[in-house]
Design a protein around this ligand. Structure first.
Ligand SMILES: C[S@@+](CC[C@H](N)C(=O)[O-])C[C@H]1O[C@@H](n2cnc3c(N)ncnc32)[C@H](O)[C@@H]1O
Length: 215
């Protein structure tokens, strides 16, 4: 059994995340934006992302109480690392209970991602998964977050986000262009779309023909 899977005895003794999530929602409604964690259907969709299977470094923004975190860990290689960035202190305390050595939890805003990666000496992530609700951010904050994600993502890396409004497409268009895929997860409260963008691979510069030297 992997360290992210819980035995039936552990699952039974683990307090439900629902009260914790509800408190987080009532205390921070704009940031949490949902009163229950994501459904198992969304978790399965995240676990099935091919880009996670070979990733060495993954970032999760807005992991909440860790239900989506567990889904990511299920798909990630044993020697990879996952950086979780969350603003709600009670959720952070919950995330710190993960016994998986791949997990690093930071209490901060996703907007500080660039400096967090530097402080923690993490390499450029190949995958960034975000549950941060772009619909309740100001357009300025939303644009800033997209730019940060684009800057720190490794060339060829994937940016995945699940959202119940589609304003993220407009925000992401300048950096990423159109999403590579968009899939509806109906069985979630509320139903939402999972978007995936790819950052272009580094451009290979063609050598310009050099002019013959004049004598
Ligand atoms: C819709 S909930 C998703 C929670 C969890 N990933 C899930 O699917 O069950 C959004 C999460 O983003 C977090 N969040 C909102 N704004 C944030 C920010 N600027 N930086 C980091 N986390 C943020 C919230 O606290 C909350 O945990």
């Amino acid at each position: 059994m992997s360290s992210t899977q819980l035995s039936s005895q552990e699952s039974a003794s683990r307090p439900s995340v629902i009260p914790c999530f509800l408190r987080g929602f009532f205390e921070n409604p704009l940031q949490v934006a949902s009163f229950v964690p994501s459904s198992v259907y969304l978790q399965r969709k995240l676990s099935s992302l091919a880009c996670l299977q070979t990733a060495r470094c993954v970032v999760e923004l807005g992991p909440g109480t860790g239900e989506t975190t567990r889904a990511l860990l299920e798909a990630m290689p044993a020697d990879s690392q996952l950086l979780c960035v969350e603003v709600v202190s009670e959720f952070v305390a919950r995330l710190q209970e993960f016994a998986d050595p791949r997990v690093t939890v930071v209490e901060n805003s996703a907007l500080a991602l660039k400096s967090i990666l530097q402080q923690k000496k993490f390499p450029a992530p190949e995958v960034i998964v975000s549950g941060v609700p772009f619909s309740v951010m100001t357009p300025e904050e939303g644009r800033q977050l997209i730019q940060t994600i684009y800057q720190v993502l490794a060339p060829g890396g994937a940016f995945v986000t699940y959202q119940f409004r589609n304003n993220v497409c407009e925000l992401a268009a300048d950096c990423f262009g159109a999403p590579q895929s968009r899939e509806l997860v109906l069985w979630n409260l509320p139903p939402l779309d999972v978007y995936l963008w790819k950052k272009a691979e580094r451009k290979t510069h063609k050598r310009l023909p050099t002019a013959p030297l004049k004598a």
